[in-house]
Design a protein around this ligand. Structure first.
Ligand code: AMP
Length: 552
């Protein structure tokens, strides 16, 4: 009973999140290293943006606000932030009589003043009068007195009267060196709404605008690898914290950012990356959602076509039919499929420029020999997508459960302007790294049916396991491990309390060789090495040891 209670009380990773542990993380690292290497070959550089941003960043440019903003994001109001400058100005209006600011004076207090009676007053501005703030000031006063050999030094803690303050603790007040001063007024800036990023494109474009990356006139090719957060119903291949590996190509129109060549290059790079990772049977689904104008006309046509059949749709789609009819096309609801198939197609609403752009992308893919199929239902729900949209999927039974999208992306020619930036057309994608790993692991299980796997998918054994015979040999074992590791070998050190049999068992699990360090070996400067793969055992001089352990 007691143990049961204990286990139900113990803390677990939050629903929809998980720990990634070795040896699986080795696979994650290999996938990421491969992605970095491929991206570098195409001229991409890494960008790392913050994991949380102002909620506005994600709220803008999102069509179906109810879906994404309220349901799917982790959003909170940040703590009050105090406006220190306003607090200082308000206090100064009340206090200035008899105080002369000593701007040059060094102290860890915020400000130093000379009082008309000759004494010194240190002032700190704080969010509230608390023990912590009181103590900091008390110590500043003490330090100031000691450093300058003065006795007439006091500290004043200035704080907003309306703050929730426990006050300066009494024991700090008894010697009279600190007091507090409450100022009336509102010094709290409004609470900022913050959100854990549900995707990374908005953050990258925000950074592009903030750092004026467009001013160089160059096309920006940026990639990122990192966690994203969505409050979705967890299932296989769908988590609340998941990882994306993504790229964005954007820049001023003069840098060629609008060209269909960019779209084709990104798609060809993805095809090469998936091939290099050993993902088999991927399919590229391609579509064009046209310009913002095309979409407006298409949306109107969809609304009109949905009107008479709306009542037959599933509940979510009835709402979408009104708020964002494009998202109805995304529906996987079996009951809705027949209605969706009969709806107008976006291809019939593309203007001449968008149609030419799409044709050019397809022609370039054909020239590269990258296979794709046009999927007229592939429209991304977010308002900022324009022209090319795409998804790479894997067949059912590839390890993703009911999810089959490995990655998605598209063009977002108007996004920068929506976020208050300059015109900066762009295209990008995000690979679901968790899903990529699931597919690789599933393929791993089918080895032999679909061909061999790249060697990097398997956990690598260490080069050597050093087994000290007896605790007296522990120090020598550690010294030898240092020498081998510094020579570039991977090494584990056993424990001198182990018996020989236990050392062999432990070594066999993790390493290709066991290096036995007994009394004789330490004395003679030798080592006894057994190679598990062959069963061969030899005693070698230290000089030969590294060479032997390097042999595969
Ligand atoms: P999106 O940003 O929605 O276009 O998603 C891009 C890719 O990220 C998808 O194709 C998935 O592979 C992956 N993805 C999206 N949401 C999740 C999730 N909740 N859990 C795991 N992977 C996800």
């Amino acid at each position: 009973m007691a143990t049961q209670q204990k286990s139900s009380n113990s803390l677990k990773a939050v629903r929809g999140t998980r720990d990634l542990l070795p040896p699986e993380t080795a696979l994650w690292n290999r996938v990421e290293a491969t992605a970095r290497e491929v991206f570098a070959r195409y001229g991409f550089g890494e960008i790392r943006t913050p994991i949380f941003e102002d909620t506005q960043l994600f709220a803008r440019g999102v069509g179906d606000v109810t879906d994404l903003v309220s349901k799917e994001m982790y959003t909170w109001a940040d703590r009050d932030r105090i406006d220190r400058a306003a607090l200082r100005d308000a206090w100064w209006k009340e206090a200035k009589q008899g105080l002369e600011p000593l701007h040059e004076e060094k102290s860890d207090a915020d400000m130093v003043f000379r009082h008309s009676n000759g004494g010194i007053t240190l002032v700190n501005f704080a969010e509230r009068a608390s023990g912590e703030a009181g103590r900091a000031l008390w110590h500043s006063v003490k330090a100031y007195k000691q450093q300058r050999g003065l006795s007439d030094v006091v500290g004043t803690l200035v704080y907003p009267e309306e703050s929730v303050s426990e006050g300066i603790p009494r024991e700090l007040l008894v010697d009279g060196s600190v007091d507090s001063w409450a100022v009336r007024g509102n010094f709290f800036a409004s609470r900022q709404s913050l959100t854990l990023r549900p995707e990374n494109t908005a953050g990258v474009v925000r950074a592009y605008i903030e750092h004026k990356l467009g001013d160089s006139g160059q096309l920006q090719k940026l990639y990122y690898i990192g966690p994203q957060f969505r409050r979705e119903r967890p299932q296989r291949g769908r988590y609340r914290q998941f990882w994306q590996i993504g790229c964005e190509v954007l820049g001023p129109v003069s840098s060629g950012s609008e060209s269909p060549v960019r779209d084709a290059e990104v798609l060809e790079m993805l095809a090469s990356l998936l091939d290099q990772l050993g993902i088999r049977d991927w399919q590229l689904q391609l579509n064009s959602v046209g310009s913002a104008e095309d979409r407006k006309r298409y949306n109107a046509a969809l609304r009109a076509a949905l009107e008479p059949v709306k009542a037959q749709l599933s509940e979510d789609n009835q709402r979408r039919a009104e708020t964002n009819p494009l998202r109805v096309l995304d529906s996987k609801e079996p009951a809705d499929q027949e209605i969706i198939d009969a709806l107008p197609k976006i291809a019939d609403f593309l203007d001449a420029d968008s149609a030419a752009h799409f044709a050019a992308v397809r022609a370039a893919l054909d020239a590269c020999g990258v296979a794709y199929s046009v999927n007229p239902r592939l429209v991304r729900g977010l308002d900022y997508y324009t022209r090319t949209t795409f998804e790479f999927t894997v067949p059912d039974g590839s390890g993703l459960g009911t999810q089959n999208a490995l990655l998605g992306g598209g063009r977002y020619d108007g996004l920068s302007e929506m976020l208050g930036g300059p015109k900066a057309p762009g295209i990008g994608f995000a690979i679901g790294e968790d899903r990529l790993i699931l597919v690789l692991q599933e393929q791993d299980g089918r080895e032999g049916v679909n061909g061999p796997h790249p060697e990097w998918m398997f956990a690598q054994k260490l080069d050597a396991y050093i087994a000290p015979m007896g605790v007296e040999r522990n120090a020598a074992a550690l010294a030898l491990a240092r020498e081998l590791r510094r020579a570039g070998l991977s090494v584990e050190v056993g424990d001198g309390t182990f018996r020989l049999k236990k050392s062999f068992e432990a070594a066999d699990q993790v390493a290709r060789h066991i290096v036995i360090l007994g009394e004789d070996e330490v004395r003679d400067g030798t080592a006894t090495v057994k190679t598990f793969a062959t069963g061969a055992q030899v005693k070698v001089a230290r000089a030969k040891l590294i060479e032997l352990l390097r042999q595969k």
